[in-house]
Design a protein around this ligand. Sequence first.
Ligand code: MSP
Length: 512
Amino acid sequence: MKSFYITTAIDYANGKPHLGHAYEKVLTDVVARFRRLMGDDVYFLTGLDEHGQKVQQSAQARGIEPIELCDEAAEDFKGLCANLNVSNDDYIRTTEDRHKDVVRSILQKLYDQGDIYKADYHGYYSRRAEQFLQEKDKDENGEWPEIFGDVEEITESNYFFKLSQHQDWLVEHLKTNETFIFPRFRTKQVLEFLKEPINDLCISRPKERLEWGIPLPFDEDYVTYVWFDALVNYVSAIGYGTDGFEDRWPVDFHVIGKDILVPPHAVYWPIMLKAAGIALPKSLLVHGWWLKSGAKMSKSTGTVIDPLDLVDLYGSDAFRYFVMREMNVGQDSEFSEERYLVRYNSDLANDLGNLLSRVLTMLNRGLGGVIPSPEVEEELETELWKLWNKTREETLELYSGFQFHTGLEKAFHFIGSINRYAEQRAPWKLAKSEVEADKKLLNTTLFVMAEALRLAVGLVEPVMPETKEKVYTLLGYESDAEWESRLVRTEDLAGNIVGGKTILFPKPQTDS
Ligand code: MSP
């Protein structure tokens, strides 16, 4: 069976991990976990983009070797993955030989085929963006936009990759493959870009200007343009050129932010692949940006929120829940700490956390910690189970369409309904009654609360794997059954001994 292969963008080594990086990892991890639970053989790749001018400059400024800077960054970014409970199967660094070898072999192939040629280039160059610019890149006042920093006029010989001849089939591919880009509205943006003739891509940088890169195999005086190098990670990591490659390729989803769709992922990458005789990616899953007060989080505007702080304070599941609940995949979202706290306190601590406390407290107080068997089923129970069936079905459907925010909304609506059920049944009152019928109802109520809780945490497992694990353990529930059958109501919990009172989402410990 071919794997379900999914990747994130590889992060620039030249910066610290921030919320944007964390979100992309979590989103990809949620899709990966969801597909794994649905029975796919998932292969999940993430990594680090280590070459290029900015890394070279930062290393120089600190008086260290570029590779030292990259080693530090790799530790930080891998630490981010671990803290977020990200289940990647591999981590690729573009300074690894397995990557460099593949970049060089693809370059050589394209060169031998005549797809790469040498020419003189005269024009404008942005060091900050590491790209050549054209008049059309100027703003309406005829100035270079801020993002390009200082723009220099230069003349130099370079190697170019023939892009222009590929325009027609790419346009056709975008028009006929509706699932190539998710969400679909982004396809328009690519087609808009492709309305103008595209220029061939300069894929080299002379060594005297940039040393920190992969030398071209056919001219050692040059290194490879960082985007050409970086994109290849998706195939180098899974052993392009070796036997197992086709067990994974073509990739099912490249998960990327909207800033790197056009042109790198939607134009350069498909063309590079086609020219090299490699199948195209099945889909690009393009997410929006996390904004703070309308601005993109970035190092230069100083509005970076360190995701690790939030993870340390509230736990990885809370962070994962927040970003997945708030962001409609594909759209932008505003980040605020207040909003984070509201979600934490109301959805997690109150609705979910209190439900668990109630269940454990009631069972330990009156029933020696043993989950009773249900003894009756009345309308309240029937209604709750009906709601469960509907919630399960709708949520799984929403997850498959990347609508995690609404999927979670439904799951948490169900959790709210378990609490309302408990309030209507009022087991704390039933526990005081000597009437036989009340005892039966008490047993039923406590069973139903425990079982509904088990089902609910199972449903949010792709987003909150740790919570699911903790609650299963506290309910004495163990199962090797497939996910979908774990989401079906049973009476297996009856007779289990539950754990002691546990606060799932405690108030954060702060120094003040
Ligand atoms: N190195 C390139 C990608 C090469 S992929 C072959 C790069 N790196 S990055 O570190 O700048 O960004 C990594 C990912 O994080 C990108 O997909 C980018 O869109 C995403 N994000 C960076 N800032 C973001 C937000 N503020 N919000 C959400 N994601 C954003 O680009």
